[in-house]
Design a protein around this ligand. Structure first.
Ligand code: SF4
Length: 360
């Protein structure tokens, strides 16, 4: 499939500015395509038009940002280009399911397994977010290996019970005690971190890691026969000192970092249940069907009725009336949302979606 994006810093569509900041010319072209702009290979990139002659903003009226920032997006643009050129990464062992998709909507897992092209590839905000996470992961893994020389990082593993595989962030072995820990690191936003550690609202218990994170960690743990799995959260925004005090977080590290340990007795049932769900989804694909739009985080029997909004419904009783309605955030972050919005609920033939993709 031809990718809709162009490559390079102009890969995201920018509005045409009132006048070109590079040549100062009329607004019939974008800065990135300005003929007056030498390429980096030919000449050093000039600073776009000098703006120092503009009157300074009056701080009493606020200080709005420049309408067309010139330098700030260079790193995000570079990461976006690299991400685009890298394309979709293969799974760790060439399987149809990857552990990082654990806990996802069954239909989304099925689209991937059936090789349906994504209708909503990651935008620059997603690239920024995931790339920051990758940087932190790499640095954390280096620091872990320095402190625990027996730790292995990015360990490839195969799902027990399904055609899946994954990379474990770290496997930490204590050879003396014959004890193995499978570690799953997640970088999270400040809001999610607060909810996970119970610093969101007074009287609200700590939610702990997201279900999908627990399932991924559990699949990893079972794959290497770990004695324990640990899910670690590093927040990209710290809890303020005042909020930390209010919620009894006395350790500064606790303002941005937390860990949850699951014993084998706790993680193994989760891993087996998720592997069984994935095996069922893959078996349906083998039969030419895509699974219904359900996620493990929704009540049993509930199905997503509107992928555009994430609305789900649970039907009940002999007349199949609507017993419960809710919504999931997952559709809003799904790479198949546009495509999925044009499909039917329930199990549907793979062929029906392939034809939608061809038309889109
Ligand atoms: S858009 Fe929603 S229902 Fe469709 S595959 Fe994605 S998460 Fe599932």
């Amino acid at each position: 499939m031809t990718h809709p994006m162009t490559i390079g810093p102009a890969w995201r569509e920018q509005p045409t500015p009132p006048e070109c900041p590079r040549c100062g010319g009329k607004p019939d072209h974008r800065a990135a395509t300005c003929a007056a702009t030498p390429t980096p290979k030919d000449a050093p990139m000039p600073i776009a038009r000098d703006l120092s002659d503009l009157p300074p903003a009056d701080p009493r009226d606020g200080l709005t940002p420049d309408p067309t920032p010139r330098f700030i997006s260079v790193l995000a643009d570079q990461w976006a280009e690299e991400n685009y050129l890298a394309g979709d990464k293969a799974t760790a062992l060439g399987t149809r399911f990857r552990h990082s998709d654990a806990g996802k909507c069954s239909r989304a897992i099925a689209y991937t397994a059936a090789d349906i092209p994504k209708s909503d590839p990651m935008d620059i905000t997603g690239v920024w977010n995931t790339s920051l996470g990758t940087l932190i992961h790499e640095q954390w893994q280096e620091a872990l290996a320095a402190r625990f020389p027996d730790a292995e990082v990015e360990v490839k593993c195969a799902t027990v019970g399904a055609d899946g595989s994954g990379h474990i962030d770290a496997v930490i072995r204590d050879h003396l005690l014959n004890h193995t820990v499978a570690y799953e690191l997640k970088t999270v936003g400040g809001f999610g971190f607060k909810a996970a550690v119970g610093a969101q609202r007074k009287g609200t218990p700590a939610e702990g890691p997201r279900t999908s994170h627990l399932l991924q960690a559990s699949l990893n743990g079972l794959a290497v026969d770990a004695d324990e799995v640990v899910v670690g959260y590093l927040a990209k925004e710290c809890i303020s000192l005042n909020v930390a005090k209010r919620f009894g977080i006395t350790d500064d590290v606790g303002r941005f970092a937390a860990e949850w340990t699951l014993t084998r007795e706790q993680y193994e049932p989760l891993a087996r249940q998720e592997a069984e769900r994935v095996a069922g989804i893959l078996a349906l694909v083998d039969d030419g069907l895509l699974a219904a739009r359900k996620t493990p985080e929704m009540p049993p029997g509930a199905e997503i009725t509107d992928p555009a909004t994430g609305e789900w419904q649970r039907h009940d009783g002999p007349e199949d009336h609507v017993a419960e309605v809710g919504s999931t955030w997952e559709c809003g972050y799904c790479s198949y949302q546009t495509l999925c919005s044009g499909t039917d609920a329930g199990r549907i033939p793979v062929e029906s979606v392939v034809s939608i993709g061809a038309v889109a």
